[in-house]
Design a protein around this ligand. Structure first.
Ligand code: PLP
Length: 359
């Protein structure tokens, strides 16, 4: 069975080298030495000033909403994984959807201003599939309206601006990442908060540990979403292989592009690098999408309808309508993408699609 992704498992010895240190220290969580080491290594690798590890990407977002004291409405994209919307709803914030740009599949920055009201406290765009949003344009709208910008950068590990090489995580007030096992860099479950603002990260560090600020000292409310040492150990071992992972995925991407006609591959116009976290194809309509999906499944290949359904159709968000997102969502399919996918498998997947479409 070929799944849409395959978690990168480092060789056992490499993981065990870190696990041995956990056994030696007998320290399993609460800002341990491996958590600290992974924080430092990720800061250096991603070239960011401040980074806080968390137990997952969803709680990373919710902690940020709390730290920024968001209220009322938050403008966001309907074309994403459900956590983007559910994290707002769970935090008592109302998601207000702005439709996506048909080329980038990201929040259309030109449509944001019209949706801002006196209740808007932030904009929450997603760098979907790791492809960068129009960060400069979004910042201009945010500045003009005095609202915060939080990037859901769950897919955007090591994405850099084309002109400067700067990390995409440095834009907006803050970015959050997911290090779930399905992501190209992972810590089994995990996430991170990245910001240029050291004070914001300090506040988040307090919030992820029950509001505790020192021995016998509690300064306000909080929650528990610290990264444990076994997750940090996995992250350190995976990070040792990051070049192999990223290069391998780039090769898979190249091969798909060689075998499949370009009209199936969305343009995803971009201002930053592609980390090859996903390989989406766009079919003519939903019927064609389901036909291709079923043909792949019949051959034990499991693509995923990322992202379906369009989040503006969720019953709990009230009546909102984003036609472009609904249309894209109905006919997009993410093909298997991981660094060890074989050339013959990529050829096989492509052949099935071509034959189903009579191309
Ligand atoms: C866009 C997006 N945001 C948030 C999340 C949530 O991350 P986690 O699964 O680490 O909680 C995901 C997870 O896949 C995601 O794809």
């Amino acid at each position: 069975m070929i799944l849409v992704t395959k978690t990168h498992l480092p060789v056992r010895k490499s993981f065990e080298k870190y696990v041995d240190r956990i056994y030696a220290s007998n320290w399993l969580t609460n800002f341990g030495q491996l958590e600290q080491e992974l924080t430092d290594k990720l800061k250096e690798f991603l070239e960011v000033d401040n980074l806080l590890l968390t137990s997952n990407g969803t709680l990373a977002m919710q902690v940020v909403y709390k730290a920024l004291c968001l209220t009322g409405e938050v403008i966001t994209t309907p074309f994403s994984f459900v956590a983007t919307t559910s994290s707002l709803d769970w935090s008592g914030l109302k998601p207000i959807f702005v439709d996506i740009d048909i080329n980038s599949l990201n929040l259309d920055s030109k449509l944001i201003a019209d949706k801002i009201t006196s209740k808007t406290s932030a904009i929450l765009p997603v760098h979907v599939f790791g492809r960068a949003c129009q960060v400069e344009e979004i910042q201009k709208v945010a500045d003009a309206n005095n609202v915060k910008v939080i990037y859901d950068a769950a897919h955007a590990f090591n994405v850099r601006m084309n002109n400067t090489g700067e990390s995409i995580l440095n834009f907006g007030d803050v970015s959050t990442l997911s290090f779930h096992a399905a992501k190209l860099f992972h810590t089994i479950e995990g996430g991170a908060i990245v910001s240029k603002d050291g004070n914001l990260i300090k506040e988040c560090r307090k919030l992820i540990n029950f509001g505790i600020t020192g021995y016998d000292q509690i300064d306000g409310g909080g929650i528990n979403c610290k990264m444990n040492e076994f997750s940090a150990a996995m992250g350190l071992a995976v990070l040792e292989n990051i070049d192999f992972i990223m290069d391998g995925r780039a090769k898979v991407d190249d091969l798909y592009r060689k075998f499949l006609p370009s009209e199936l591959i969305p343009l995803l116009v971009n201002i930053a690098s592609n980390n090859h976290s996903y390989f989406p194809i766009l079919l003519k309509d939903e019927e064609e999408c389901l036909t291709v999906r079923d043909a792949l499944i019949a051959n034990n290949i499991m693509p995923r309808r990322y992202f379906y359904p369009s989040l503006d159709t969720l019953s709990y968000v009230g009546k909102q309508f984003c036609p472009i997102s609904r249309n894209i969502s109905s006919r997009i399919l993410c093909l298997p993408m991981y660094e060890t996918l074989l050339d013959t498998q990529i050829q096989q997947i492509s052949n099935i699609i071509m034959s189903e479409l009579s191309l």
